[in-house]
Design a protein around this ligand. Structure first.
Ligand code: HAS
Ligand code: HEM
Length: 546
């Protein structure tokens, strides 16, 4: 990685982990508050902490970490950024950071207590929405620099297959561009004018729909960089080669095509959308499971090939050849294993009748603490253990490696209790997004929630274990940033197996994929959106429940 690119990448890393620490504090606090074990000091309310937690972890930490990883990886695989693109990258970083600060200040002042999904009728201060706008514009500029670097490389190396890392970065950023159109539309056309008092009422259904048009691809924007590490980096770390470059690219093209026209699976219980369009988007939701199944297959095959190349025999002999004591493998491996129940939970959510049982309950919170809060997060931690040393010119010492393994195990144990209890509580009907489920005034009202796993206390014990793991991670990050011994660390980029089939050039036809993605979106959204606008009810005035 060119030292100047490493500097930009590190700037993202610092903000990412500052947000992670603050978000983790908010997480443990709200877990304890929900269980009735602590009371928040006067002046701070549950929803304010919940908003800070969701925004800092799900929006800020993820976005900054992803840009750190993509910037460094592009510099490594396509060469140093040309100066003008690097400058654009910095401008993007500053705009993004200005937006983040503005949004965070508004949340601190209790003027942005609208949860991380921020759709109507909850209303925030106009500066909160301005902050969000700057956040999105910042990512557009920073993403533009990445795209420009890739297409520049493609022009200069006509006819060559682009490096897999660059290809996957482009798919991820294109997905982000198309998805953020929805959030830009609701913020600029609906929420900002409404919060400024220009319009008095707001079309709630439209605002929620535009949010979820963005909100679902958002989760794949988090997942795809984690998959990039699985496909591109893990083969190198385990001393093997990627089973198939073509399958990897196909999975990313499928994400680009299928992860946007599926937002209605978050709105299956929404009364204003016709069942036909919900059905269409549910079918597409089941289709977007396919690239994850392809990924599971390819990664398994890569593990097996690596083991056999090292002399493993028998059906599962290769298992013993995996580098279990290396945190750079161990953390992402746990992430993969945890994605199996996490993905199964997603499939349950997407099934209409099941969704009626789990929607708006703690089950859903359990689902996404497994997906983004474990699979994505532990993969990002696994990346940090080699990426930060690469960028700071330091070494992952055996002591930090050992602590890293302890940290990863603690995270899974904590999540087993927290997310496990959330799943059980949710099935029993405990709602999400409320601190009032202990019903202190009516001690017998929810006595049926007092089992071992159907207990908010179990949930918050899990939260405390997670918090300890989070502190350990921060300790490791500080070490890797400032204290570990100086030494050159190589950016691990895997190769493709020699006998893998040729990658068809069609896979790099971005115009075709973007056109197909747009066509699918128009098909899935045009009629329902027209219906929402034409048959709009009078709309809602602002709601401030806190
Ligand atoms: Fe989800 C709600 C459906 C994946 C995140 N999801 C959410 C929310 C978030 C979220 C944040 O249909 C809540 C938003 C809110 O605040 O309201 N989700 C799905 C489906 C999938 C899915 C079908 N979700 C994710 C991912 C996320 C994420 C990924 C973040 C990163 N989700 C839903 C639905 C809702 C929902 C409904 C709305 C619920 C409601 O009513 O509100 C699928 O993409 C999942 C596919 C995944 C798999 C697993 C493949 C396994 C792999 C691992 C291989 C392992 C290896 C190791 C190689 C099928 C790839 C092997 C080793 C061994 C030892 C075995
Ligand atoms: C919500 C705890 C880590 C993302 C929650 C809730 C709790 C919690 C108790 C609130 C449930 C409710 O009232 O509905 C924790 C703890 C963590 C942790 C103790 C570890 C220290 C994470 C991570 C992420 C994350 C790493 C994502 C990267 C979220 C989101 C929400 C949430 C998006 C929903 C906010 C909302 O409903 O508006 N968390 N969490 N959490 N958490 Fe976490």
């Amino acid at each position: 990685v060119h030292p100047k690119d490493a500097k930009l990448s590190m700037a993202y890393i610092y903000v990412a982990f500052a947000a992670f620490l603050t978000g983790a504090v908010a997480g443990v606090v709200q877990g304890l508050q929900r269980a009735g074990l602590i009371d928040l000091p006067a002046g701070i309310n549950y929803y304010q902490v919940l908003t800070a937690h969701g925004v800092l972890l799900a929006l800020v930490f993820t976005t900054y970490f992803i840009f750190a990883f993509l910037t460094a990886g592009m510099s490594k695989t396509l060469g140093a950024f040309p100066e003008k693109y690097r400058q654009a990258g910095w401008i993007g970083f500053y705009v993004l950071t200005l937006g983040t600060l503005l949004t965070a200040i508004m949340i601190l002042l209790n003027e942005g207590t609208v949860l991380y999904t921020f759709y109507a009728p909850l209303q925030a201060h106009p500066l909160f929405y301005l902050g969000l706008t700057l956040f999105v514009v910042g990512t557009w500029i920073a993403g533009g620099a990445l795209l420009a670097h890739y297409f520049n490389w493609k022009r200069e190396n006509k006819g060559q297959l682009t490096p897999l890392f660059g290809f996957m970065t482009v798919a991820t950023i294109l997905l982000w561009y198309i998805a953020t159109i929805g959030v830009a539309a609701t913020v600029l056309l609906q929420l900002l004018p409404w919060s400024l008092g220009i319009s008095e009422r707001i079309n709630v259904l439209l605002s929620r729909t535009l949010f979820w048009y963005f909100g679902h691809p958002l989760v794949y924007f988090w997942l795809m960089p984690a998959y990039m590490a699985w496909y591109v980096v893990i083969p190198k770390i385990i001393g093997g080669k990627l089973f198939s470059d073509a399958l990897a690219r196909l999975a990313f093209v499928l994400f680009l095509l299928l992860s946007i026209p599926v937002g209605f699976h978050h709105q299956l219980m929404e009364p204003g959308i016709s069942p036909f369009w919900k059905y269409i988007q549910t079918v597409l939701t089941f289709a977007v499971v396919v690239p994850s199944l392809l990924t599971a297959f390819t990664i398994f095959a890569t593990f097996e090939l690596a083991g056999r190349a090292k002399g493993a025999s028998g059906l599962f002999g290769w298992w013993k050849k995996l580098p279990w004591k290396d945190v750079r493998f161990f953390a992402p491996f746990i992430a993969m294993v945890m994605f199996i129940p996490a993905g199964a939970g997603g499939i349950i959510n997407a099934s209409h009748q099941m969704n009626a049982v789990v929607h708006n309950t703690l089950w859903v919170v359990g689902h996404f603490h497994l997906t983004v809060g474990t699979t994505v997060l532990l993969t990002f931690f696994g990346i940090s253990y080699w990426l930060i040393p690469v960028l700071t010119g330091r070494r992952l010492t055996p002591a930090i490696n050992r602590l890293g393994i302890i940290q990863s195990v603690l995270w899974v144990v904590g999540m087993f209790f927290m997310s496990g209890a959330m799943h059980v509580l949710g099935l029993l009907g405990a709602p999400r997004r409320t601190a009032f489920t202990t019903y202190q005034d009516h001690p017998t009202a929810l006595a049926w929630l007092e089992g071992v796993f159907s207990s908010q206390v179990t949930m918050s014990i899990g939260g405390v274990i997670l918090f300890i793991a989070a502190l350990l991670m921060i300790y490791n990050v500080i070490n890797l940033c400032f204290l570990a011994p100086k030494e050159h660390t190589e950016f691990p980029i895997g190769e493709v197996a020699e006998d893998a089939s040729q990658t068809p050039p069609l896979l790099e036809n971005w115009k075709l994929w973007v056109a197909l993605a747009v066509a699918l979106i128009l098909f899935a959204y045009t009629i329902p959106l027209m219906d929402m606008i034409q048959n709009a009810p009078p709309g809602s005035p602002p709601v401030r429940p806190w």
